[in-house]
Design a protein around this ligand. Structure first.
Ligand code: AMP
Ligand code: MN
Ligand code: MN
Length: 331
């Protein structure tokens, strides 16, 4: 058996053997981590186990149609009276991606780490990590099959949503034959692909558009037109009435410009705290750039957080991009 298949079996044993699980999604949760957590919750229910799903902050309302969405807790708002010895982290590339949630971990904690990031540092006691999976839900699907769980419409909705969002609607290079095979099987359970795509990918908030209008004023084309970047300040966020999830997708406008190899989005999330999102078109490994700056991700989509002002973050990032592309920012 391969290490991955062995890890899947260990994960199933872990879920069967224990109870009172803490399921953790990564900070600034997206469709994949949210769907993977909810799929995990449904599997635990199937085993008659109890669980608590938590994120360090809010989970985007756009995923509220998913089963058990309302049971996801917000560490910054909800009150917790217990600690957990059995943790399942989904789509978290490293320990830091769980944010403040580890304060709910008991001293004797055991972590099952289910993820698909090549930069995953295997922080769990059990690590089900497959970097060539398009999404963490693809691994959840394999876990479901390996554990001989029964697939149903609710599980199908979760798994399909994670595939849909992490492949950008089955368009990115991670759209493998396996992804489409799984999606095809899921469609047999009554889920509605048009409705799911509309909710997850097409519909945008007014705040997103107002923010885009502001962000576009900051557009910079650098590195011989190989890099495009946008910035958003806390004032922009306030004036657009935007929350974190309204920034989702802004980075794609940069990467999508003809001829651009790297798109970068700088988001001032706090005083001297800049969240940076990277996207690349074909050759630049932005996971490597993000990793060198304390973050991580995938070759084509990655991120990190930099301590400093927007101008300082830009200088640091542009320098790293110069090294990666072999081109100066002002060329
Ligand atoms: P984002 O730009 O936030 O949409 O993230 C793009 C990709 O990079 C996703 O796969 C994230 O999980 C990953 N990512 C973003 N920020 C970080 C970080 N600080 N550390 C590790 N991975 C990250
Ligand atoms: Mn994710
Ligand atoms: Mn993912």
């Amino acid at each position: 058996m391969t290490d991955y298949v062995t890890a899947l079996q260990e994960a199933i044993r872990f879920m069967r053997k224990h109870d009172r699980f803490l399921i953790v999604t990564h900070v600034n949760p997206d469709g994949d981590t949210t769907s993977a957590a909810l799929a995990c919750a449904l599997l635990l229910e199937d085993l008659g186990k109890s669980y608590c799903i938590v994120n360090e902050g809010e989970t985007p309302e756009k995923f509220s149609f998913l089963p058990r969405f309302s049971s996801i807790k917000d560490l910054s708002k909800d009150i917790f009276t217990e600690t957990f010895s059995h943790v399942i982290a989904v789509d978290a590339a490293d320990y830091k991606r769980m944010g403040d949630v580890p304060r709910l971990f008991a001293d004797d904690v055991n972590i099952l780490n289910i993820d698909h990031h090549p930069t995953n540092d295997l922080f769990g006691q059990i690590n089900v990590v497959r970097a060539d999976a398009a999404a963490t839900v693809e691994i959840m699907f394999e876990l479901l099959k390996a554990g001989e769980f029964t697939l149903n419409e609710q599980l199908a909705a979760c798994i399909y949503t994670g595939l849909l969002t992490d492949t950008g609607g089955f368009r990115y290079a991670n759209t493998s034959p396996n992804v489409l095979k799984i999606a095809s099987e899921l469609l047999g359970y009554g889920i509605k692909p048009g409705e799911l795509a509309e909710r997850c990918l097409e519909e945008i908030t007014l705040a997103h558009i107002l923010l885009l209008r502001r962000a576009l004023q900051t557009l910079k084309i650098t590195h011989r037109k190989l890099t495009a970047s946008l910035q958003v300040t806390r004032d922009d966020m306030r004036e657009a009435g935007a929350s974190g999830e309204d920034t989702s997708g802004l980075v794609n406008y940069c990467r999508n410009i003809e001829g651009v190899e790297i798109g970068v989005f700088f988001h001032e999330t706090g005083e001297n705290q800049i969240k940076v999102s990277f996207r690349s078109r074909a050759s630049a490994d932005v996971a490597q750039i993000a990793k060198e700056l304390g973050g991580g991700g995938h070759a084509r989509a990655a991120g990190c957080t930099i301590v400093g002002s927007l101008a300082e973050a830009e200088a640091i990032v542009f320098e790293k991009i110069s090294e990666a592309l072999g081109v100066q920012a002002d060329e």
